[in-house]
Design a protein around this ligand. Structure first.
Ligand SMILES: Nc1ncnc2c1ncn2[C@@H]1O[C@H](COP(=O)(O)OP(=O)(O)OP(=O)(O)O)[C@@H](O)[C@H]1O
Ligand SMILES: [Mg+2]
Length: 372
């Protein structure tokens, strides 16, 4: 988090006070497991990794039953006293969406075990899935700063692009699980509803604080530039390579369905493009070359068109809207870091948004022409 005053980016992402006690967790899990298993389980391993996870907690588990060790991952909703990033977490909804994707598409998702919507057993709702082997492009330090992605060949990165965009196309071809998604209100289109929910998230994040004039301008811009809306589909939401476990540059598991929504396909296409630009801009700001030719806007759009038959349109709008959503998330994460005493309130609240220059340039219409 370059804009913060904290020296350790992981501490900004997951302030220590929001973490759980592994011993306590192990004891409570040991009590809960027999409620879903017939034979007595043994917990061989329980770890709370520190590298990832700004929202929910990810727990790495090895549980043995029926004479076999099962590598698992549990996703727990954050404790309410940890001042969570989002206003609400619905882990059971994520579990249902992953199950729906598994049942209706060829998209690789982790095999699901159990969902526990009750907070009593572990203190928060959670679900358990199989642990999938492979590599995730890192966020901290960003993969553009040097990682297995930048060390790969251009051909391998092309394969990653192709297989990831193909994954988007397959998700969008799934039947819409309407019972698991927030649907538009009366007279509201899916995109309008999406923007309204982003606005509600911002209003919640900014309540009782100095807001961000840039974000306010962003919402006005989005209204003024509202595009012709294409058919709504099931969108993954947090559609970025940092939420994919890759093997051989091909998705072995698509993770993180928290932001799944009913809306135009362009939401996912633009999020994929924008999140790479976000990490690319950070690399360039730090004086590094990054990966300027990777996940290029035109390439992603062309591949998506070829694989889905749908030509993404209004990407100026959707990438700007992606930058706005990300700005709200950044604003919220920085507010949280300030709350935990790990950053101080900047004089200019727009400085809480580390990609403010990108969002400003997108709104001015100068961003894309400055890129080769
Ligand atoms: N089923 C799984 N198998 C193996 N590793 C997993 C699995 N689920 C999650 N992980 C690991 O945990 C990390 C975090 O998972 P995920 O992206 O779902 O949540 P998150 O990082 O908390 O969300 P956010 O994107 O908001 O930070 C992944 O990058 C991956 O390393
Ligand atoms: Mg994630």
């Amino acid at each position: 988090m370059p804009e913060s005053n904290s020296s350790d980016p992981n501490e900004v992402a997951r302030p220590s006070s929001s973490r759980r006690d592994p011993d306590l967790l192990r004891a409570r899990l040991a009590d809960w497991l027999p409620t879903v298993l017939d034979s007595p389980p043994t917990i061989n391993r329980l770890e709370i990794p520190s590298a990832n996870g700004m929202s929910s907690e990810t727990i790495v588990l090895d549980v043995e039953w029926e004479g076999r060790n099962h590598p698992l991952v549990a996703r727990l909703a954050p404790l309410t006293d940890s001042d969570p990033v989002f206003a609400r977490y619905d882990l059971d909804r994520q579990f249902r969406i992953i199950g729906h994707i598994a049942d209706t598409t060829d998209v690789a998702v982790p095999r699901l075990f159990w969902s526990e919507p009750d907070s009593t057993p572990l203190g928060a709702p959670f679900f358990v899935m199989a642990r999938v082997d492979g590599e995730v492009p890192p966020d901290v330090m960003p993969y553009t700063f040097g990682s297995w992605v930048s060390e790969a060949t251009a051909e391998q990165r092309s394969r990653l692009t192709e297989t990831t965009v193909e994954t988007l196309a397959r998700i969008h071809a799934a039947p819409v699980p309407k019972e698991s998604l927030d649907l538009p209100g009366p007279g509201e289109t899916p995109l309008r509803a999406h923007i309204r929910r982003t606005r509600e998230f911002y209003d919640w994040a900014a309540s009782g604080r100095a807001g961000s004039p840039l974000i306010e301008r962003g919402f006005a811009w989005v209204d003024e530039h509202f595009p012709h809306e294409t058919d709504a589909v099931l969108t993954w939401g947090d559609a970025r390579i940092g939420n994919v476990i890759y093997r051989d540059f091909t998705p072995a598991a698509v993770l993180d369905w928290e932001m799944a929504a009913y809306g135009p396909r362009e939401l996912d296409v633009a999020w994929l493009i924008f999140l790479h630009r976000f990490f690319q801009d950070l690399a360039e700001l730090a004086g590094m070359p990054g990966l300027p030719d990777f996940l290029r806007r035109d390439d992603v759009a062309q591949i998506y068109h070829r694989l889905s038959g749908h030509e993404p349109r209004d990407l100026d709008f959707y990438t700007t809207y992606a930058a706005l959503i990300h700005a709200v998330v950044m604003y919220r994460i920085q507010s949280r870091a300030i709350h935990f005493g790990q950053a101080s309130e900047p004089e200019d609240t727009d400085d809480m948004i580390m990609h403010r220059a990108t969002l400003e340039a997108m709104m001015n219409g100068t961003y894309w022409q400055a890129i080769r």
